[in-house]
Design a protein around this ligand. Structure first.
Ligand code: MLT
Ligand code: MN
Ligand code: ZN
Length: 299
């Protein structure tokens, strides 16, 4: 199985267009200290030829340009992307669908709830019915978005997308609005969980024994955004478990058998983004890789 991390940042990317936090400032002035990163997306392949895109970021056009495996390679119009899967309906995971609209056939997979939130917004009609097939997938049911590559979705603690929040919304609920994906090919297993509010026993059981885990690295501590001075929201309020601190994912997953541990969906305020920082050294010493754009894994 081949995996390319097309975008390793959370919503907003790094630098974020309107942000002057220290990381965003360094990403502009000293890109060797804080590498710029695009928004959250990966591509997975069983054979290195046909690819499943998981999450379609607003930066998708640049991501495809930067990664030659994603270039068209036959005839006048072609894409190696055969299927697209969504793990939630957040803007950073669905806005790129608007770029994938030029009459190129593929199948869009998501839970019923995520598909409904996309389909109910008429701007997504630009993915013409009859060209882009929508396939609702049930939780815990294995399906094959590409020959030789199977996926099983499972609910993780999360919340509805920011743009669907209302006074009834619940944080940490395990519903089909936020899912993880277990991906299998050639006897190897990958777990992809870019958004997760809490590490539960069920989650640990689900991912035990995987060859690689790509996991929610939005915040280092629950109050990263407050510390950075850019807002009042905690990681929990955004539906993201911190790496460190109370209920931190690094300790919560320390006893679980996982081949390779990689943080993705990293918010631009996260101190681990600074090359050579003590925070980066700490998470690496705990066995985790902080993803950058273009990082690829072969399992
Ligand atoms: C998130 O991961 O919390 C969302 O992408 C936030 C957003 O939609 O901007
Ligand atoms: Mn996000
Ligand atoms: Zn910033």
């Amino acid at each position: 199985m081949r995996i390319v991390i097309l975008g390793s940042a959370a919503g907003g990317g790094l630098p974020q267009w309107n942000c002057r936090c220290s990381n965003c400032t360094l990403a502009r002035s000293e890109p060797d200290r804080v590498r710029p990163r695009t928004q959250s997306s990966i591509a997975v392949s069983a054979d290195g030829s046909d690819w499943l895109l998981i999450n379609a970021s607003p930066d998708i056009r640049q991501q495809f340009f930067d990664n030659p495996q994603m270039h068209p390679r036959e005839g006048l119009r072609h894409s190696p992307i055969r299927s697209v899967l969504l793990t939630n309906g957040d803007v950073d995971h669905v806005a790129g669908l608007l770029t994938l609209r030029e009459g190129q056939p593929y199948t869009l997979y998501a839970t019923r709830g995520i598909l409904d939130s996309v389909n109910s917004n008429r701007v997504f009609d630009v993915m013409a019915e009859g060209v882009v097939a929508r396939q609702a997938v049930a939780m815990d049911q294995r399906f094959e978005p590409l020959p030789g590559l199977s996926v099983t979705l499972f609910a993780v603690p999360g919340k509805v997308p920011l743009w669907l929040e209302d006074e009834t919304m619940e944080i940490g609920a395990e519903t089909e609005t936020t899912v993880g994906a277990l991906i299998e090919a050639n006897g190897r297993r990958l777990a992809y969980i870019p958004g997760c509010a809490r590490v539960t026993n069920g989650l640990r059981d689900r991912i035990a024994g995987v060859d690689a885990l790509l996991f929610d690295g939005t915040v280092l501590y629950d109050d990263d955004m407050i510390r950075a001075g850019v807002g009042t929201k905690t990681g929990w309020r955004m539906g993201h478990v911190p790496m460190r601190g109370e209920n931190g994912s690094i300790d919560a997953l320390a006893g679980t058998a996982i081949g390779r541990r990689v943080f993705v969906h990293i918010n631009n305020t996260n101190p681990v983004l600074v090359e050579g920082s003590p925070e980066r050294a700490d998470v690496e010493a705990a066995g985790w890789t902080v993803a950058h754009d273009g990082l690829s894994l072969a399992l």
